[in-house]
Design a binder for this molecule. Structure first.
Ligand code: AMP
Length: 214
């Protein structure tokens, strides 16, 4: 199954995407994770992306399309994949379509969450530095403060979750990425899912949207 998760920062793409790919047995391809890893490793890609990511702006389309093309060629992506944080512009969506050729996406799930809810979520979001598990200090805290329940790794906040950068990312989302909702509606692939409720309810709604649950 090939699914795009669309939605603003903090809408739950990473949280639900991780669970969905485990259940479907396909990889989660999160361009933000790939870019953060490249920055941490100090690769050429990381160096070219660093300033954009730090300031909440988009990395140029051709850079991101190049990394997605390379990732989609790996054998684990041949059975399907979940895309999180990509595409983020109409040009990227067009690029994805031409990369896939004859193969079509099955579904684009748009997680709809009010701005005030995503701002509150991002303020409280902590991630495991080792396995990437996502916590919310108010609604889904770890059992032991600062320690990942799943792997025991240390938790940290993302530098671009700082309020000023979050504002910038939301502005960029509204301008560059929100037009993809109409784009995928025209393609007949879009399903809107209310992403503001309890995680288990949202996940069940995503499963229904992709036709996985009865
Ligand atoms: P994310 O983890 O998806 O919130 O992405 C973090 C940051 O990585 C974004 O604010 C952008 O700077 C960059 N980024 C991630 N995915 C893309 C993409 N598809 N196109 C351009 N920039 C991206």
């Amino acid at each position: 199954m090939r699914v795009v998760l669309l939605g603003p920062p903090g809408s739950g793409k990473g949280t639900h995407g991780k669970r969905l790919c485990e259940s479907l047995g396909v990889p989660l391809i999160a361009t933000g994770d790939i870019l953060r890893q490249a920055i941490a490793d100090g690769t050429a890609l990381g160096k070219s992306a660093q300033e954009h990511v730090k300031s909440g702006r988009l990395v140029p389309d051709e850079t991101v399309l190049g990394l997605v093309e390379t990732r989609l060629r790996l054998t684990d992506a041949q059975r399907g994949f979940i895309l999180d944080g990509f595409p983020r512009t109409v040009a990227q969506a067009e690029g994805l379509k031409s990369l896939l050729g004859e193969v079509r996406m099955d579904r684009v799930v748009n997680l709809v969450v009010p701005t005030e809810v995503v701002v509150a979520r991002l303020k409280d979001r902590w991630l495991c530095g080792s396995c990437g598990a996502i916590y919310n200090m108010s609604t889904a805290p770890p059992k032991v403060a600062g320690v990942c329940d799943r792997c025991g790794g240390g938790l940290k906040q993302r530098s671009d979750d700082e309020p000023e950068t979050v504002r910038k990312r939301l502005e960029v989302y509204a301008r560059e990425t929100a037009p993809l909702v109409a784009y995928y509606e025209r393609e007949g692939l879009l399903r809107n899912v209310d992403g503001s409720g309890r995680a288990s309810d949202v996940y069940a709604a995503i499963e229904r949207a992709i036709g996985k649950a009865a």
